[in-house]
Design a protein around this ligand. Structure first.
Ligand code: TRP
Length: 337
């Protein structure tokens, strides 16, 4: 078995939105089709338990995210698409890595620090209030996800870069302490297209509550696009595309020529209402077919399970023998051999 060329995880808390499509799904779909690459994509459902303890939501989000990735064209025959919790070797490796990870390293993780800071700022005496061990050890589970398949490249958002540094750090500890089994993964952040603006112009993100879900009904999609914040310029005034949220969303989908033509329309003056309607039609056209597939898939979860089962089998062809080696290196071995 060969190492993963590309590997990335998607936390299953929330409904997939346009920002996820541009930042993660679209590039992954491309890579998934490349016959020369081995790419691993997985639903990080164990990670979702850190943020979300509502069982129905975890299940629903897992279904929706799996359906979205498949509907948008992920080549599940060529790549390895699986669910983290289907690979028992991952939590086992997590424990082994936990034992060699210094607590100090985890103290520096920004997600943990942000929570501590919030407790400080709100005057809480207990700085660890509402902080679970899951949140604290989050980067170790993520390191296990990556190291389990010796991934070479890991495409992620900016906020995950620190976790990749920690993964390399943890891998080095293992390699020095026991045996050189782990590859040091490289982080891949696509600066150009990875950040899409949301309804209010800030980065589209679930935490800002400004997302446009990928597969809402046509009607809801239109309604949300109509809500995107613009300035108060009149219909005929020339407009600045550089500061316009509508334009930046359009740009993430359109071809070079279309972008050029739209810039011209901005300079000539395009009414916000016209642009919104145009953007709606444009995005709707892109999503229409996948939306139908998505709806079919969500209504036949057995089909998704079958795809995930296939992914599980392929992924475990790597993880089972590799974990055996890892265990052996630590002294967790048969006594008679
Ligand atoms: N933590 C990642 C995020 O929130 C998701 C994730 C979990 C992941 N395990 C991973 C990403 C392994 C890359 C590799 O975006």
């Amino acid at each position: 078995m060969k190492n993963a060329d590309f590997l990335t995880g998607i936390t299953t808390s929330g409904t997939p939105h346009l920002g996820n499509f541009v930042g993660a799904i679209r590039p992954a779909v491309q890579t998934s089709k490349d016959k020369n690459l081995i790419s691993y994509y997985f639903l990080a459902d164990f990670h979702s338990l850190i943020k979300c303890q509502n069982p129905d939501r975890v299940k629903k989000s897992t279904l929706e995210i799996a359906a979205a990735w498949i509907a948008l064209g992920l080549d599940t025959d060529n790549c390895i698409f699986y669910r983290q919790s289907d690979i028992p070797e991952i939590p086992e490796l997590t424990w082994i890595l936990t034992c060699i990870t210094s607590k100090g390293l985890m103290n520096r993780a920004h997600a943990y620090k942000a929570n501590v800071d919030e407790n400080k700022n709100t005057g809480n005496k207990d700085l660890d209030k509402n902080i679970s061990m899951g949140l604290f050890c989050y980067p170790i589970l993520m390191a296990a996800d990556i190291l389990m398949f010796n991934a070479k490249k890991v495409p992620v958002g900016r906020d995950q870069v620190q976790h990749l540094e920690m993964t390399r750090d943890i891998a080095a500890r293992f390699n020095n302490q026991y045996k050189k089994l782990f590859t040091y993964p490289q982080v891949v952040v696509d600066e150009s297209s990875s950040i899409l603006a949301g309804l209010d112009g800030r980065k589209m993100s679930k935490s800002y509550n400004n997302t446009i879900p990928l597969f809402d009904t046509e009607k809801r999609l239109r309604k949300l696009i109509m809500k995107i914040t613009t300035n108060s310029q009149g219909p005929d005034e020339p407009k600045d595309y550089k500061t316009c949220t509508l334009f930046s969303i359009f740009e993430a989908f359109a071809s070079e020529n279309e972008i050029k033509a739209m810039k011209k329309r901005y300079s000539q003056g395009i009414a916000w209402g016209t642009m919104k309607q145009y953007l709606f039609e444009y995005i709707n056209e892109i999503l229409k077919e996948s939306r139908n597939t998505y709806n079919e898939l969500v209504n036949s979860p057995g089909d998704i399970e079958n795809i995930l089962k296939k992914g599980k089998t392929k992924a475990r062809e790597y993880s089972v023998p590799f974990l055996a080696k890892i265990r052996h290196a630590t002294g967790i071995q048969s006594l008679s051999q």
